[in-house]
Write a protein that binds this ligand. Sequence first.
Ligand SMILES: [Zn+2]
Length: 347
Amino acid sequence: MDKADIGAVFGNESHNESHIESQYEYHIQTVTGRIRPDQLGYCQSHEHLFIADGRSAKLVPSLRLDDFDATCSELELYKSIGGKSIVDAQPAGCGRMADLQSKASIKTGVNIIASTGFHKLVFYPEDHWIRNMDEDSLAALFIDELEYGMFIDCDASKPVRRIGSKAGVIKTASDSEGPSGDYRRLFSAAAEASVRSGVPILSHTEMGMGALEQIKLFTDHGVPASSIIICHLDRVLKDAGYLMEVASTGVFLELDTIGRFKYHSDDDEVAFIISLLENGFEDRILLGLDTTRERMKSYGGSIGLDYLHETFFPLLRSYGVNDSHIYKFTVSNPAKAFIRMSPVLTS
Ligand SMILES: [Zn+2]
């Protein structure tokens, strides 16, 4: 059974678990525990709630998001527009602050899906453990974070201290050429972890480039396309043929270049979404804002986690995209994309 079938189960309005095959259980892992897919609710699929003051912030100061109260007040804003769940795309050893993710979720009641996995190598110092760990050990580490809990204090030193909060997705990231060079070791480890755990992959592309190469590597390892979420595909909208080719592979398409006018206007974003709808990809689209300090209102930024609801959805509607589409992008598609297909170990 793949996720298309699960989608049929979820989409038929009956969430009776008797419809689900007995040898599998399906759930979404949040930092405070497992939830059923129908409990996910409104979910933005790629945000950043916390990033410690470290390597990332030194390279890009707007990536520092380390104020617990500010992030909680942004989550309260998110809750006020109906936000129930949110994906934090910051992976292991890279300023993730998993302990604060967990505390913020408990304080605000917003479900947070956290990431294991890795980011672009530029975000790790030359002597960082993630650059030297072999493929099998990396896969084991990612599975550890999914099964037993995430490591903290591992930005500068090896992962030792762990908390009970588990990651719910495997983040991967490559440069524009895709998973070549040293990235092959990292991508192969992530693919292995996904195949063994049934947990989906959330993959950063550089301006949408390298997506086909990433997808090929994952599927060659046995990861189903329905367990792959490709990020930032909408950052550059010039090559429609390429974008549709990526969409045609069956992966989920995470669109987050919204309210980012240095790349393109929101009208251009709407035109892209409409072209995806015209080509039959309405069940593949996920939305997010890929938040930084410059975009979170509570950090003094420009748009806030309520931007989709307050500004972008009215624009979508004005172009004729209806609420049932918006529901898919923010509720039913994420509920399929972030499902863990977990083999039940006891019979
Ligand atoms: Zn991101």
